[in-house]
Design a protein around this ligand. Structure first.
Ligand code: AHR
Length: 502
């Protein structure tokens, strides 16, 4: 058995836990919207046509912010097609995912759904096939109280009150050759700057996100960020980052260490942004919106888009079933996001329902939780207050992709008012348990209020509609002697330990 020691010091804080770190993403993709959020014929549908079982699970998941409507979808989307009387809304081809978009769910439905779910909407504008004029028109529709053509249209269609959307993404993955209207960094940086300036003329208080790289392995990674910020530094607040991870056959060790890549990604983007800042002698700090992250098996048949004459509405696409190992990696990615709370101020797990999602549904049937649901829900609920800069002493393990990495990863948060601490830990060992001891000497008298672990004798176990509970988090035995808390983590596991002032 290996030994890992962690030391917590309440005086060493990274930054407050930004609630927007627990964001998610709803794209018109697969069955995320249609038969996911929205299914008017479902027996549990609300009067607006939303699945109430999904709304309940979204609340339990603790999602704070939801990005909409894409993703690749947004780069071909005409938002006007999705508002107004439903009978008059056109069906359109969605070129990004080779589907038919019926437009029976659009901006007003999303805003109504977000209000019921208790989440903050975060919108993306189309800078692929459209541009400044359409971004301004959508902003007017959403944020102007009334007295103009579009704000009055919103009042007629759905809501007298403006939606007051604060956070806006300026396009999506414009560095990706797959993106409709993909651009060079210079072209995109200029467009992002012009669009941001115009949007702020309409609503100066917006928080604007420029597209960063769609992955750390993009050939333009780094150079893209630098050029986009050189063009748009003064006009935007955040750079986006997107990352998807999956296990390559036979390389579980690297997969379990995926958070190492996310660490590198965040550190590199922050350093690049700071370099541009230094060149400009600017006081302004650009932060990161990690607005797409997850485990995604992109090469599996589940993610193969339709072809030829087949343009279905809301097909089963990307319905990855998450194993316990996948959930452990997802828990570790959340650890990384929290550890970087000084620079990552928002993050969205992609996506919320059915498409690479923690929540699954059957049309006309039940909604259920994937394994991936649990680390997100527990972290969102219990990571409160400030992120602590903990010290971790762990043996190294070898990985093919990332070299020698720590056997365990961990982060802790502390609520100043109550003194409550939450510790999140991952054991990346494949075969052996790890003994973790946590030095709490600097934290005052504490007692353990809850400790749980997500693990399974078969780490490839996946939840299904028939059995979604066998591998939920279960109690973890801990020992608290003097100021040291110890516990044993099984291989391939994610755990949470909560401590309160004794
Ligand atoms: O989340 C699925 C897709 O992944 C999004 O549409 C796109 O932005 C990314 O490549």
């Amino acid at each position: 058995m290996s030994n890992v020691s962690i030391r917590l010091d309440p005086a060493a804080t990274v930054a407050p836990v930004h609630r927007r770190l627990f964001g998610s993403f709803v794209e018109h993709l697969g069955r995320c919207v249609y038969t996911g959020l929205f299914e008017p014929d479902h027996p549990d549908a609300t009067p607006e046509g939303f699945r109430s079982d999904v709304l309940d699970l979204v609340k339990e998941l603790g999602v704070t912010t939801v990005r909409y409507p894409g993703g690749n979808f947004v780069s071909g989307y005409r938002w006007e097609d999705g508002v107004g009387p439903r009978a008059q809304r056109p069906a359109r081809l969605d070129l990004a995912w080779h589907c038919t978009e019926p437009n029976t769910f659009g901006t007003d439905e999303f805003m109504a759904w977000a209000r019921l779910a208790g989440v903050e909407p975060m919108m993306a504008v189309n800078l692929g096939t459209r541009g400044i004029a359409s971004a301004l028109a959508l902003l007017e529709y959403c944020n102007i109280r009334g007295g103009t053509e579009r704000s009055d249209a919103r009042a007629r269609n759905a809501s007298a009150e403006p939606y007051d959307v604060r956070m806006w993404c300026l396009g999506n993955e414009m560095d990706g050759p797959w993106q409709i209207g993909a651009m060079t960094a210079h072209e995109y940086g200029r467009l992002a700057s012009r669009t941001a300036k115009a949007m702020r003329m309409l609503d100066p208080g917006l928080e604007l996100v420029a597209c960063g790289s769609s992955g750390s392995s993009m050939p333009t990674f780094g150079a893209w960020e630098r050029e986009v910020l050189t063009q748009a530094y003064d006009d935007v607040d955040y750079l986006s980052a997107h990352a998807y991870y999956g296990e390559d056959a036979g390389d579980l060790a690297s997969f379990l260490a995926s958070a190492v890549d996310m660490d590198y990604f965040i550190d590199t983007v922050a350093a690049t942004a700071d370099q541009v800042r230094a060149e400009r002698h600017s006081d302004k700090v650009i932060n990161i919106s990690f607005d797409e992250w997850n485990v995604w098996y992109q090469n599996r048949p589940e993610s193969e888009t339709p072809r030829g004459d087949d343009w279905p509405v809301g097909p089963r696409l990307g319905e990855d079933q998450y194993s316990v190992a996948d959930a452990v990696v997802i828990g570790d990615l959340l650890i990384t996001l929290l550890r970087h709370a000084d620079r990552v101020h928002a993050a969205c797990q992609a996506q919320l329902v059915n498409f690479i999602a923690p929540i699954m549904t059957e049309p006309g049937g039940a909604a259920w939780r994937q394994t991936a649901f649990h680390p997100f829900a527990l972290t969102a609920r219990h990571a409160v207050g400030d992120v602590l800069r903990l010290s971790l002493d762990a043996p190294k393990i070898d990985t093919a992709k990332y070299g020698a990495v720590d056997l365990c990863d961990a982060v802790a948060t502390r609520d100043e008012a109550s003194g409550d601490i939450a510790l999140f830990v991952v054991n990346r060992a494949i075969d052996t348990p790890t003994e973790v001891s946590v030095d709490l000497a600097a934290c005052g008298a504490l007692s353990v209020t809850e400790a749980c672990v997500l693990t399974h004798a078969d780490y490839r176990w996946v939840a299904t509609l028939a059995d979604s509970t066998s591998a939920g988090p279960h109690p973890l035995a801990t020992r608290l002697d003097e100021a040291t808390c110890t516990f044993q983590l099984p291989p391939v596991s994610w755990a949470m330990v909560r401590l309160s002032a004794a």
